[in-house]
Ligand binder design. Structure first.
Ligand SMILES: Cc1cc2nc3c(=O)[nH]c(=O)nc-3n(C[C@H](O)[C@H](O)[C@H](O)COP(=O)(O)OP(=O)(O)OC[C@H]3O[C@@H](n4cnc5c(N)ncnc54)[C@H](O)[C@@H]3O)c2cc1C
Ligand SMILES: *[C@@H]1O[C@H](CO)[C@@H](O)[C@H](O)[C@H]1NC(C)=O
Ligand SMILES: *[C@@H]1O[C@H](CO)[C@@H](O)[C@H](O)[C@H]1NC(C)=O
Ligand SMILES: *[C@@H]1O[C@H](CO)[C@@H](O)[C@H](O)[C@H]1NC(C)=O
Ligand SMILES: *[C@@H]1O[C@H](CO)[C@@H](O)[C@H](O)[C@H]1NC(C)=O
Length: 494
């Protein structure tokens, strides 16, 4: 199956080359970063340019990036991105293509903690839930759902455009093609402002919407409406993750494309030219010292942000618009705690009676965003969740590492604590303009899309866009770049 798809892609590349007047395919391509963005773009680039193009993927840390696991008590648990929306179509395709499986779902109950008591509890009975939401928040709940669904429905158009080969050179062009100026506006207005406008009450925003945004982005309802809507969609739809660990998608895609993974930190990209075409020299560092290599196409598949731990990449011989591409990131600490929950803290003196597995918070207990009783990445058929009075593995998300006193507040006692400190998401509002995917002729910035919405699927969408953009630019197929009115065009095309 994969073999046939590759042959077909190669043939398509040859035909396209012939149609474009026999232009040769690119010789070598560099991808910086082996997270989902880098792994997916390597796969899509190969799909479009054919199996003969050589793809080097540079990675300074571990394959998977923000998809990662930590081992606790001989089992592995997700320490980065945990789950995806069911309509994550590229991710669903990858899982099928790689012969991976969805992890078995183990049911649990969620609740929102307001500092003294739970402001919202999920019950076992669906209708009672709706009734309670209705009782507390009136029609707000339905209005929120309609708002989120409308955004999702328009966003899903991207899959159709991509299937027809269309690409966008900037985030603004991509968003306008999906939802006109309203989508671009949603990257500038806040979630709260947009929701109030469609008639959602302030109380619902404070109690429910803010809690979901805190748990997924560590940010408030003042964050931009577009990213907010995407994360609220995640809170409504059914979620899934990959059996064995989400990062298996990254390593799987890199193996499938036979990409050459180079463990090194890219420090510079220098522009040269050869026969009128741009040629990029990628400079890197590793234990072996410095090195460099030449490429026809370079994709930056990592955030270009200004924090002190990851020095940004220097550009020499040219100045692509990157000052504009920088902004700061939101740190999030994930602590995996193996221990006994202090249910008293949540108002349940008897631990046996504590009914919740996922706890979201409103602003009050400001030292953590969310607390989840999590299952290992391999869930066997006879797996059962731990009873609330038993020791379990809890995942705590917080803005800063937890102090011992804070751990002692949340847990009666614990065996171990392991932490992962992430630069998790863009700090929305820390930059003004939306960045561009095309930084130079054949130099691309995949993570530009993170500035509209930061999720694993968004990065897969950006990867497909960048691969198409590189391909359409290489063969001068300008009709497939930044087209307007695509809804109409794709309807009338074969
Ligand atoms: C705690 C947490 C929870 C999250 N939860 C979810 C969730 O539930 N659902 C969801 O969809 N998303 C979630 N996200 C967001 C999601 O993880 C990211 O949007 C996505 O994984 C980003 O993928 P990426 O490939 O673009 O970037 P990354 O995964 O960051 O990959 C970039 C890679 O580039 C490497 N790199 C950087 N600079 C260089 C250099 N100069 N040279 C060489 N290599 C370099 C890095 O080491 C890294 O491996 C979460 C994120 C975090 C941190
Ligand atoms: C977007 O914002 C601009 C200026 O703020 C405004 O003129 C325009 O009407 C808005 N468009 C939509 C669809 O909301
Ligand atoms: C976990 O699941 C993955 C994917 O199905 C599998 O390859 C791996 O062997 C499993 N590991 C264990 C310990 O069961
Ligand atoms: C980064 O380093 C500079 C100087 O070395 C310092 O002034 C700045 O506060 C640091 N920024 C962060 C986010 O740590
Ligand atoms: C548990 O929570 C209660 C109530 O907040 C607190 O008094 C107690 O100190 C916490 N810690 C332990 C170990 O019980």
């Amino acid at each position: 199956m994969a073999r046939a798809a590759q042959l077909f892609a190669a043939l398509a590349a040859l035909l396209a080359a012939a149609a474009a007047g026999g232009d040769a395919p690119p010789g070598r391509i560099a991808v910086v970063g082996a997270g989902i963005g880098g792994a997916a773009v390597a796969h899509f680039l190969q799909q479009h340019f054919g199996p003969r193009v050589q793809i080097d993927v540079y990675e300074k840390g571990t394959i998977g990036g923000r998809l990662a696991t930590i081992s606790v008590n001989k089992q592995h648990y997700e320490s980065g991105a945990a789950s995806f929306h069911s309509l994550s179509l590229h991710m669903q395709d990858f899982v099928k293509l790689l012969g991976l499986r969805h992890r078995r779902e183990v049911v649990g109950r969620s609740a929102i903690f307001g500092g003294e008591h739970f402001v919202l509890e999920e019950t076992d009975w669906y209708l009672l839930n709706l009734f309670r939401l209705w009782w507390h928040y009136g029609i707000s709940f339905l209005r929120l759902q309609m708002w989120v669904e409308e955004v999702m429905e328009k966003f899903m158009r991207i899959y159709k455009y991509q299937a027809h080969g269309y690409a966008f050179s900037g985030v603004e062009e991509l968003l306008s093609s999906l939802g006109e100026s309203a989508f671009v506006n949603m990257t500038q207005r806040s979630v709260a402002e947009s929701l109030l406008q469609v008639g959602v009450t302030q109380r619902f925003i404070d109690d429910v919407v803010s809690a979901v945004l805190r748990a997924s982005y560590g940010q408030s309802a003042a964050m931009p409406a577009f990213a907010g809507a995407m994360s609220l969609a995640g809170a409504q739809g059914s979620l899934w993750s990959v059996e064995g660990g989400n990062k298996l998608v990254c390593s799987g895609l890199l193996k499938l494309t036979k990409a050459n993974v180079i463990h090194a930190t890219v420090t510079a990209v220098t522009l040269h030219s050869s026969e009128g075409k741009a040629l990029y020299q990628v400079g890197y560092e590793n234990e072996g010292g410095h090195g460099s290599d030449f490429y026809d196409i370079v994709v930056l598949a990592a955030p270009l942000h200004l924090d002190n731990s990851s020095r940004s990449i220097a550009f020499e011989g040219f100045s692509p618009p990157t000052e504009d591409a920088q902004g700061s990131f939101q740190p999030t600490v994930v602590s995996l705690v193996h221990g006994y929950l202090n249910s008293s803290y949540f108002g349940f003196p008897d631990p046996k009676l504590f009914p919740f597995t996922n706890i979201l918070t409103t602003d009050f207990p400001s030292f953590f965003y969310a607390l989840d009783n999590i299952c290992p990445v391999n869930v066997s058929a006879n797996f059962r969740r731990k009873q609330p009075q038993e020791a379990a593995v809890w995942r705590v998300q917080s803005p800063r590492p937890l102090f011992r006193t804070q751990l002692k507040t949340l847990f009666r006692s614990y065996y171990s604590v392991q932490t992962a400190e992430w630069q998790a998401h863009p700090l929305y509002g820390s930059r003004s303009a939306l960045p561009r995917f095309a930084l130079h002729d054949q130099l691309f910035y995949l993570n530009a899309l993170e500035w509209a919405a930061s999720s694993v699927e968004a990065m897969a969408v950006a990867a497909k866009n960048v691969a198409l953009l590189a391909y359409n630019r290489w063969y001068q197929d300008l009709d497939k770049i930044d087209q307007r009115d695509l809804m109409h065009k794709v309807k009338t095309e074969l």
